[in-house]
Design a protein around this ligand. Sequence first.
Ligand code: ZN
Length: 297
Amino acid sequence: MTRTVLGVGERALPEYAVYALKFATRDARRGDHFHPDSPGAPGDPHDDTPMPMDYFVWAVVGDDATWVVDTGFLADEAAARRRTLLRTPAEALASIGIDAATVGDVIITHLHYDHIGGAVQFPSARFHVQDREIAFATGRHMLTDQRHGFTGRHIADVVLAVHAGRVVFHDGDAELAPGLSVHHVGGHTDGLQVVRVHTRRGWIVIASDAAHYYEMLERQRAFHLTFDFPALVAGYERVVALADAPDAYVPGHDPAVLDRYPAVAGLEGRVARLDLPPEPDHTRPDTHHPDRQRSTA
Ligand SMILES: [Zn+2]
């Protein structure tokens, strides 16, 4: 990465600490994840190879403010969808000293149940959402299979939040603070946005469900729930372009994230530091992706 020489009166960009916090998981198979019409390689719905899915929220911590990315989901949704809730997202945040009740700004990458379902944990927050995501989640596409990732009650709560003045709408790209911005990419849902953060290792991108797993982006494959395939592929290119290194993006659901990045002491397997360089050898035996072992360091 290159560093710009600052002129008189210019200030260096802040370098945020960024955390991935795992709060839930589920057993799954490769056949559950890859779309049979994937642009990269078609998914095989009968592939029973295990490929578990983890669920995360993220925290962006600066000197002056803390931003949370996504809200996760709670016990009701875990029961309804048979996910394993390990801790609430608020409990995960508390483990690194963040009080969800006082967080002022939450960026919502998209409105799927596992990203907006924990909004009640953030009573003081404004929610940053793309125009197109709210239009999508309240519009005609919810009469199709696209609605399965959404829970109607969550969307109703978002509409109530709009009327309470607690939603900040974004259209495309927006700088939220120096060194922190959102970027619309769509694809997985129509209004999905990714988050670009400046850190001590340069710009990183919280891709969320722009790429559920590293394999999705690396091999140009599509998750089974995809709204717009061309936008999805363009989104892969955008994510890489926004990051300072080809692998400086963070997928939304890949258990490998907690292997690649240093853990917070005492929170191994639960919280990773994304602003620190990846572990030199993050490739502990990986049964989920046998064909790419040691290939992506
Ligand atoms: Zn999603």
